[in-house]
Ligand binder design. Structure first.
Ligand code: ADP
Ligand code: NA
Length: 329
């Protein structure tokens, strides 16, 4: 199996989107030193984070990943800033990537919003750091949600230009692994926006730590249209909110949209939402409980992360040292 790398920002509590689009798919990919999962705190500060909250969110994200099934003994689980190889390679990639390439990144446009001049330069070059995260390990398999597709194409463009400019086949091609019926979970308030932990509205997302009441309340208030559910998948066309809720239930009950519509086609959203909320509570409450148990002993979480960083650095340091030698450092 090829080496796997994936990351998640500690910019808040993980959401159902992070879980279905990414974390849940990581669990069966654990394969010792060939599988790296990273809490990317250096990405998080591309948007200002309160320092004390960032440190706590980093530990909580690690606890969430362990609670979802990542085992620090069966994979390398670590924090980005603990392994300096990432930023060393990112600097080289800042000098390889072209301005025109970054100008095409749609996530920058979404995140920077209207006042683009006020965005941090880190937010702008974030895809270069993401490319370095992966290439520092010569990882070739990257399980992410659909929102990261464009960044992975950029990571391949950077590797190709590096190899071309320095005349070596040093960085391998990356294969994105965009998995599952819920590779893009949408906001509960706006079916055109992805669900994100950094969305200002807490009503837009399900957090993995939400209790049963808030899950039920958020699902009940989730935006829908007035039509009953269709009995065929084609009937979800142009109905972003309905499609999103059907996709979530399908993912959480291990079926597909057709399977959900066989049961709920023709019914209104009331009963459907009750079922969805119950399924989410049943699935997520054991994860929240395990997170609480882990966070009762924060020292143990931190110790696991420090060990993970040592194992990660042992792989990345020689690769990045060689990249630096190729550049002429
Ligand atoms: P966020 O936007 O919630 O801060 P991150 O940038 O930390 O998420 O992404 C962590 C992982 O979660 C990535 O693999 C990303 O593709 C995935 N992801 C994020 N949001 C969603 C979503 N709404 N649906 C599916 N996957 C998502
Ligand atoms: Na993101």
């Amino acid at each position: 199996m090829p080496r796997v790398f994936s990351g998640i920002q500690p910019s808040g509590v993980p959401t159902l989107g992070n879980y279905l689009g990414a974390i849940r798919n990581w669990v069966p990919m654990q394969n010792g030193d060939e599988s790296l999962f990273c809490v990317v705190d250096q990405h998080a500060i591309t948007v200002f984070q309160n320092p004390a909250e960032l440190a706590q969110a980093t530990r909580e994200m690690a606890a969430a990943l362990i609670a979802c099934g990542l085992d620090p003994a069966r994979c390398i689980l670590f924090v980005q800033s603990h392994v300096p190889a990432h930023v060393r390679l990112a600097w080289i990639f800042n000098c390889v990537a072209r301005l025109g390439w970054l100008n095409r990144m749609t996530q920058f446009k979404d995140k920077a919003g209207k006042d683009r001049e006020a965005a941090s330069t880190g937010l702008y070059v974030y895809p270069n750091l993401m490319a370095a995260d992966i290439h520092a390990y010569h990882a070739t398999s990257v399980p992410v949600g659909d929102d990261q597709r464009q960044h992975l194409e950029l990571a391949n463009d950077i590797a190709e230009k590096f190899n071309h400019d320095y005349g070596v086949a040093f960085f391998p091609r990356i294969e994105p692994m965009i998995l599952g019926v819920a590779a893009r979970v949408m906001s509960l308030r706006d079916g055109t926006k992805k669900m994100s932990k950094s969305d200002p509205s807490d009503q837009s997302r399900i957090n993995l730590t939400d209790d049963a009441d808030s899950i039920a309340q958020k699902i009940r208030r989730a935006r829908t249209d007035a039509e009953p559910l269709p009995s065929e998948v084609a009937g979800l066309e142009g109905r972003a909110e309905a499609r999103n809720l059907v996709g979530i239930l399908a993912a959480i009950t291990d079926t597909d949209a057709a399977g959900v519509l066989r049961l709920y086609g023709g019914s209104g959203f009331g009963a459907f939402k009750d079922t969805l909320a119950e399924a989410l509570v049943a699935h997520l409450s054991p994860i929240a409980g395990e997170m609480r148990r882990l966070l009762a002993d924060p020292g143990a979480v931190d110790a696991a992360l420090h060990l993970g960083a040592e194992r990660a650095a042992a792989i990345a340091d020689p690769i990045v040292a060689e990249a630096e030698r190729l550049v002429g450092f």
